[in-house]
Design a protein around this ligand. Structure first.
Ligand code: BJ8
Length: 422
């Protein structure tokens, strides 16, 4: 890895503690990823990004700041990147996916908070992640109680703007979300000194739509009987999409899709014929959380789709590109983002419709519903998800877990028993 110590030092990071993370991540990645056979050649880009995860992209963000640009950090797929891009800012995802950061979060949050929130707060307060140091402002949202309270704690240390997400889908909720997007435009304009115009927002909408189209092409390939890419690699592409430059993200995903389409034509699969196909649904899997995919795929099955924010929810549905006024574009953004189906909405039957549709489209033999321990929303929704799957005759397994590895072998036993039933 190139030497980024000076950059980390200038970011005010805790270098000693960060060294520990730098020592374990390559080992975890090697064990989980590099042990796979016959990976698509175009995964080399994603492997490189991981090998320099706290170096290469952070230095690009710092370059942007040196030129007077701003960086926004986000935690949820309801926050529209397009607005920030239109004002000349760069967006980076910030959700923490490693147990390494959890104890730091537990210093200020109740233990019974989900690992994603604890890791995100810990990464900031312990100063062990460059992305959390670089972002000029965090954009939070009112999705779950844990996050709402976490913004208050983070706001003591870094500027935070919170978007008030409606939790129902009535006409007035669409209007409300459009109004929140208008407020967000004002906040971003103030921060960047840039202006969001119909022209710049139109260009940003096309840019982010192109990224969605490219990610969708890769997922389309995962529907094939010939499985040209492992679930682990598909997940990695999506996880990195949250951090990467959107144009490069689209370019690399399109290259990967070209290769996968060719593999399908040539009958090149990364799994033996007859491998059971799993759809995973539930709470997001922030990088480097590869635990479930690894357990499933080393137990003889393939993950073919993720109905998650780190999955289909990130790229399904495009923003209407035909709007030419700022008002029309904001309404189009609100309409697209409100199509996401998160368990923080009531009712959230759209998610169940999505799971059943995706299970069909991706020819899943079974569904694994997973929720992060202490996420009351997804845990409660598990009941209706499992019931709908049962009614549809789709075998399903419900798993609750966190970022630790202590339950890995127990989970493996349950997953293997489930796979035997398929
Ligand atoms: S749209 S899933 S990214 S909120 S797992 S922090 S809900 S206690 S992450 Fe999410 Fe947006 Fe919804 Fe997606 Fe809270 Fe649950 Fe933790 Fe969660």
């Amino acid at each position: 890895m190139a030497d980024y110590r000076k950059m980390w030092e200038e970011l005010g990071m805790d270098l000693e503690s960060h060294d520990t993370l730098c020592a374990v991540l390559p080992v975890a990645f090697g064990d989980t990823y590099l042990s796979q056979e016959n990976r698509p050649e175009n995964m080399a880009f994603y492997d490189f990004v991981v090998s320099e995860i706290h170096g290469v992209r952070p230095s690009e963000l710092i370059e942007h700041q040196k030129k007077g640009g701003k960086v926004l950090g986000t935690f949820c797929v309801y926050v529209p990147d397009e607005v920030a891009v239109a004002a000349g800012a760069v967006v980076t995802g910030l959700c923490g996916g490693s147990q390494f950061w959890v104890p730091g979060g537990e210093k200020v949050l109740p233990k019974n908070t989900c690992s994603l929130i604890k890791a995100s707060v810990g990464a900031r307060l312990d100063r062990t992640c460059p992305f959390f140091r670089i972002a000029d402002m965090y954009i939070g949202e009112t999705t779950c109680d844990g996050k709402k309270k976490a913004w208050e704690i983070l706001a003591e240390d870094v500027p935070v703007h919170v978007m008030d997400l409606p939790q129902m889908k009535r006409p007035q909720d669409y209007t409300k979300w459009a109004d929140e997007i208008r407020i967000f435009i004002g906040v971003v304009e103030k921060l960047t000194g840039g202006k969001v115009t119909a022209e710049s927002l139109g260009a940003a909408i096309r840019l982010i739509n192109n990224k969605r189209r490219a990610l969708a092409r890769v997922y389309e390939c995962r529907k094939s009987e010939v499985i040209p890419i492992s679930g682990k690699d598909g997940l990695l592409m999506t996880q990195i999409a949250f951090f990467d430059d959107p144009a490069r993200c689209a370019e690399m995903a399109n290259k990967l899709a070209d290769e996968l389409e060719k593999r399908i034509k040539d009958g090149v699969s990364v799994f033996p014929k007859g491998t059971k196909r799993i759809l995973l649904t539930g709470t997001p899997l922030a990088i480097p959380n590869w635990k479930l995919h690894h357990l499933i795929e080393t137990s003889g099955a393939a993950v073919v789709c993720e109905e998650m924010c780190t999955g289909t929810r990130y790229f399904e549905h495009l923003v209407d590109e035909s709007q030419t006024t700022l008002d029309g574009q904001v309404d189009a953004l609100a309409a697209r983002y409100m199509k996401n189906n998160c368990a923080c909405f009531t009712p959230n039957t759209g998610r169940i419709d999505d799971i059943l549709r995706l299970a069909r489209e991706y020819k899943a033999d079974g569904v694994i519903n997973t929720n992060l321990k202490f996420c009351g929303l997804y845990d409660t929704e598990s009941r209706s998800v499992m019931r709908a799957l049962k009614d549809a005759g789709i075998p399903a397994l419900n798993i609750e877990t966190d970022y630790t590895d202590t339950d890995a072998e127990q989970l493996r036993t349950r997953i293997q028993a489930f796979l035997e039933l398929l």
